[in-house]
Design a protein around this ligand. Structure first.
Ligand SMILES: [Fe+2]
Length: 311
């Protein structure tokens, strides 16, 4: 069977819109979501760098860039992987926030509890707090780790309660559109012939959804994890919108998502990132180089510049 052809159309528009009930709904602004960069394979670094350069060159301002997790590909303890991922994220010129995914906070293999706690600590070292927020005159953006509550058996993370953090942060900005970002979507996933909840822990999912319902200014939950598009209307609160990925697994083409909020309506367009020509040699930092020259370039400073909770 022939391999899927990459999508050459620069913009893939989605026509679905939502109305938000909020005092600031008359504003018009844009922001960007990136997800599932899975840093580790050289091609993923290359895609991430190219997308960041394109985002920095957008011909209009963006209020915020949000990374919804799976920043690395099981390498959060490695400076060779997480350090490079943090360096690339730091190149984004706009304000930026992020939260971890299941490939950042690992809960698997032998002694998963200890591995989970150690990877959370490593994540904070390289990327900052487990919940982050950015507020503008137009909107509130939050990125919150839910890995400890959406799994059935994961331990609590010391000093970090995702639900308490989110409740407090949303309560401080009740009159602006709010975008709640996390990694695993709080909706059903259709796979292997049936719909199944993406969150394993039904009790915590109900508490999360009830929290969102108490804040009618939440426009949407923005997530990743599926490595494909999804938009799910939910009867108990805001819809869940799932972004495409950067990772090449399942022969996916990299794309970032450009949101526009205009007079109470949210819409988005996915912007595809073209891969390098076949045969291009990419070094471990994600630069196309001569095969004989694999030396790393100078490092760039890391500056997340996000409001944080210290968790
Ligand atoms: Fe992922």
């Amino acid at each position: 069977m022939d391999a899927p052809r990459p999508i050459s159309t620069r913009w893939l528009a989605v026509a679905v819109t939502f109305a938000a009930a909020c005092a600031a709904c008359g504003a018009t602004f844009r922001f960007v979501q990136i997800s599932d960069t899975h840093q580790g394979p050289a091609l993923h670094q290359w895609r991430y760098r190219k997308a960041v350069s394109e985002i920095n060159a957008l011909p209009f301002p963006v209020e915020c860039v949000i990374h919804t997790g799976d920043i690395v590909c099981n390498g959060v303890n490695s400076p060779e992987v997480a350090g490079v991922a943090a360096e690339i994220f730091g190149l984004i010129a706009a304000p930026k926030i992020m939260c971890p995914g299941n490939h950042d906070l690992l809960f698997q293999y032998s002694d998963p509890t200890n591995r989970f706690l150690r990877s959370a600590a490593a994540y904070e070292t390289f990327f900052g707090p487990l919940a982050q927020a950015h507020e503008t005159s137009n909107a509130l953006y939050v990125a919150v780790c839910t890995e400890s509550i959406r799994r059935k058996a994961a331990p609590a993370l010391p000093g970090f309660d995702p639900l308490a953090w989110l409740e407090e942060r949303l309560s401080r900005s009740p009159d602006k559109p709010a975008f709640v970002c996390t990694h695993v979507p709080d909706c059903d996933d259709y796979r292997d012939g049936s719909f199944v909840p993406a969150w394993e822990n039904a009790e915590n999912l109900a508490a999360w959804r009830a929290l969102l319902a108490r804040h009618p200014n939440v426009v949407a939950v923005l997530a990743g994890h599926f490595h494909r598009n999804a938009c799910v209307a939910q009867a108990d609160g805001p819809p869940t919108i799932v972004a495409p990925c950067f990772a090449s697994f399942w022969q996916r083409q990299a794309a970032y998502r450009l949101f526009t909020y205009e007079e109470g309506r949210l819409s988005w367009q996915d912007v595809y990132v073209e891969d390098p020509p076949p045969g291009t040699h990419i070094n471990r930092l994600g630069f196309a180089v001569d095969p004989a020259d694999d030396s790393p370039p100078p490092a760039h400073p890391v500056d997340t510049a996000a409001e944080t909770n210290g968790g």
